[in-house]
Design a protein. Sequence first.
Length: 196
Amino acid sequence: MPTAFDQTLDAIDALHAEDPRSTTLADGTSMPQELAYAQRMSDWLNRVHDAPDEVLRLAVRAQHLQRWLVPRAEYPEGRVGYLTWRRDQGKRAGDTTAQLMREAGYSDADAEQAKAMINKKGLGRDPAVQALEDSACLVFLENYFADFSRKIDHDHMVRIVQMTWRKMSPRAHELALTLPMSETSTALVKEALGVE
């Protein structure tokens, strides 16, 4: 009989696997984009948090749950449109994850805690929410930063790096500085952080 954790994790990953977009992994295999993102989140969590509990592990795994269903293009351009889209995505992912957890036998308190983490309630105060945010920032820097920076105006990208850095813990800063990056990406990070 699967545990409540295994049942919920399997249900989350089954939804991730429905992403019609695919990505090619380092070994040349293909995987749904969202499932790859979720696995990367889990991998980073194990490096930024010494002992993540089940609720945190599920929240981290589900942070971008079914994001492809509501594309960013359906919201207005600009920061307000982006923040509204991100808020709505977090609410939907949190609601879905909480429901999956309840169906697997988790308490309402645990389900609501995961939902709050996905919505980043308590960021900067709650170590678990900080671990989720650190994981997201590190996944971005490791896997998406280089491509993203080629599409964004240079000065805007510098500000994005600065905002991302402010959201990260000192431990995540240390880990980020060990990531292999191209010369262009390294120069952009150094400029944003004001270091030589």
